[in-house]
Every structure is written in C-alpha cells, then in structure tokens.
Design a binder for this molecule. Structure first.
Ligand SMILES: [Zn+2]
Length: 188
C-alpha cells in the first residue's frame, strides 16, 4: 500500500539545499509550488504572473541549485537570471519562442559546464512548469518523431542521453501532468 502523502513536504523545500524527494502527485505538486513560491518571493513576482518554471537535479555538486525559467510576462516584471542560449526554439513564431522550459534547460547546461559535472545514468533533472496545459507543442516538438527538428526539451534530452528529464505541471482539480524523457524521446 502506498504511504500517505506528506503534506508538510513543501516546508522542507529550503533555498540552497537539495529538494526533498516527492512521491505521488500530491507531493510533487507541493514541492513544485514551494519552489515557484520561492522564485516569486526572491524576484518580487505576484502570484498570477506566469509562466514560471523551476528545475532541480541530483547531478553531483548541483543538488542545491535551482534552474529558473520565465516566459515574457514574468521577465517584463522581474530581472530573472539569463542563461547562455544553448537551446533554441525550433520555430520562429513569436508565440513559440523564449519559453520557461528553454531557460531551465539553458540554466542547467550552464551549471553542468560551470561545475564540469558528469551527467550519466541515475542522474535526473526535474522541471516544474506553472502551466495547466503543460509544455507547448514547440517545446515538446520531436519527442515522438525523430524526423522533425527537436524542441528545447528534445535538444536538452539528446545532449545527455542517460539523463532522465521529468517535466511536471499542475492540472485542474489537483491533478499532476507529467512527461518523462530520455535520449530525446518521451518515455511517458
Ligand atoms: Zn513552449
């Protein structure tokens, strides 16, 4: 039988420390919301200014870091960090570029390069996105079709074939949307 959700898990999400391990949709949501609340607090962003994304990892040496992403709306209000543009949206239409997922991937790539970290099997990157519909078709492009140019998530996943990338987002009625990527493909 599954253990009961730890409803206090969000309180154990502490800046500068490794993020506690969530089990089950409820805990994932609490962890994600706590991470996003910390970004809002740090950058003075009100609750309804979206899209924001936060990434975290178990790559050695990077466990205490947060990889922060924001779409144009939060970026117009706050000086969110700017990572180097390693990953680029595969489409040029204004609607499909500069998304929060892209920033998280780029921040992760900067951190891995900066720390000269090894990324291999057993390593993961998790990304919480404040968007009820989840990653858009451009960010997710190519995850189910190698013949099209990969979006930012596919590009990220192809760079580290052994890395497991989990993207989660809050859906209506307390549900958790999720996708799991490896080697440029969506496994789930
Ligand atoms: Zn997108």
């Amino acid at each position: 039988m599954a253990r009961r959700p730890d409803l206090q898990i969000g309180q154990r999400v502490v800046p500068g420390r490794a993020v506690p391990e969530p089990a089950g949709a409820e805990e994932w949501l609490l962890v994600g919301k706590a991470l996003v609340a910390q970004v809002r607090r740090e950058y003075g962003l009100p609750a309804n200014v979206d899209t924001l994304a936060v990434g975290w990892t178990n790559v050695d040496g990077l466990e205490s870091q947060r990889f922060i992403g924001g779409s144009r709306a939060p970026r117009a209000r706050a000086a969110l960090p700017n990572a180097a543009p390693h990953l680029q949206a595969p489409r040029v239409n204004h609607q499909f570029v500069d998304h929060a997922e892209q920033d998280v991937g780029n921040a992760f790539l900067d951190a891995v390069a900066g720390a000269r970290a090894e990324v291999g099997a057993y390593h993961w990157l998790r990304i919480y996105v404040t968007k009820a519909s989840g990653p858009c078709s451009a960010c997710a492009q190519g995850l189910d079709n190698r013949l099209v140019a990969p979006g930012v998530l596919g590009q990220l996943s192809q760079r580290f074939p052994d890395l497991t990338v989990t993207v989660v987002w809050p859906q209506p009625e307390g549900k958790l949307g999720n996708m799991i990527l490896q080697n440029g493909e969506r496994l789930w």
